[in-house]
Ligand binder design. Structure first.
Ligand SMILES: *[C@@H]1O[C@H](CO)[C@@H](O)[C@H](O)[C@H]1NC(C)=O
Ligand SMILES: *[C@@H]1O[C@H](CO)[C@@H](O)[C@H](O)[C@H]1NC(C)=O
Ligand SMILES: *[C@@H]1O[C@H](CO)[C@@H](O)[C@H](O)[C@H]1NC(C)=O
Length: 246
């Protein structure tokens, strides 16, 4: 039912992960980010959600000073005139920021993380984005933009995206995770895995028959593929999760 992409943005650090800052670009109230929040919390992580008050899909790494609401928050979750940043009265870990995804991440890092974690988060999770962020879409995705900002500020991050397809993959355990690259490049040599030093592209992984999640490492500054050495550093850490395309 779903095909997914997962993009790891490389930042050195992260020994042990407990505290997760969660963001996206589709807005703080969409079902996808709430499901991510609930799943990570149920898995034992301490999660704080800080995401845009409105749908800011496609805004990349745009940034602005958050402002009071001149329209209702997404799905009428806060009234006109609400402050630039706010939280759910019955769960103060659910926060909106009335600006771009990058700004919601920064508010989470600078204001919420000290309050809830006593310091920076160990990991930033962005998404799942509503819709796949494959190939050059990473350049305009605000979900990827928030994750890139986190990595640039020294916090390891993962951007998730997904969409419905006609393939039947009803359960999370139906999926295999395949190491990939963002864009095809016949002159680039990748890390050697699955018997090749040319990784499949994200689009070919997600487009292949079966239930596959593409896993790509991006440079947070350029939002392009990293070198084989950097791919290898991530592959070493996640190889136990990965499979090869049939
Ligand atoms: C947000 O906007 C994008 C682009 O306009 C759209 O594709 C997406 O479905 C919207 N998300 C929600 C939750 O409405
Ligand atoms: C506020 O939090 C409660 C409890 O977690 C939840 O049921 C509700 O959907 C949340 N509402 C908004 C707008 O975040
Ligand atoms: C393709 O890979 C080569 C070798 O790593 C690199 O010099 C070139 O910039 C890449 N091309 C693109 C379009 O990324």
């Amino acid at each position: 039912m779903f095909s997914h992409t997962l993009i790891l943005l490389w930042a050195t650090a992260a020994v042990q992960c407990t505290n997760i800052l969660l963001s996206n670009d589709d807005g703080w109230a969409v079902a996808q980010i709430r499901a991510q929040n609930d799943a990570l919390t149920a898995a034992g992580f301490s999660v704080v959600l800080s995401a845009p008050a409105e749908n800011k899909s496609g805004t990349g790494s745009s940034t602005a000073m958050p402002t009071p609401l001149t329209e209702e928050c997404e799905f009428n979750t806060c009234p006109v005139g609400s402050p630039a940043e706010g939280f759910n009265a019955s769960d103060p870990r659910l926060n909106y920021v009335n600006a771009f995804p990058v700004d919601s991440f920064r508010f989470g890092l600078q204001t919420l993380s000290p309050q809830f974690f006593g310091g920076p988060p160990e990991l930033v999770v962005a998404g799942p984005n509503v819709g796949t962020n494959l190939g050059t879409t990473v350049l305009i995705s605000g979900t990827v933009g928030a994750a890139c900002e986190a990595a640039k500020e020294g916090v390891p991050s993962i951007a998730f995206s997904g969409t419905s397809t006609s393939q039947s993959c009803p359960d999370a355990s139906d999926f295999s995770f395949v190491f990939s690259r963002n864009l095809a490049n016949s002159s680039a040599t990748d890390v050697t895995t699955c018997g090749s030093d040319h990784l499949p592209t994200e689009s070919s992984v997600v487009g292949s028959s079966g239930c596959h999640v593409s896993v790509t490492v991006l440079d947070a500054n350029t939002k392009t593929d990293v070198s084989a050495v950097e791919q290898a550093a991530v592959l070493d850490r996640v190889s136990g999760l990965l499979a090869c395309l049939p």
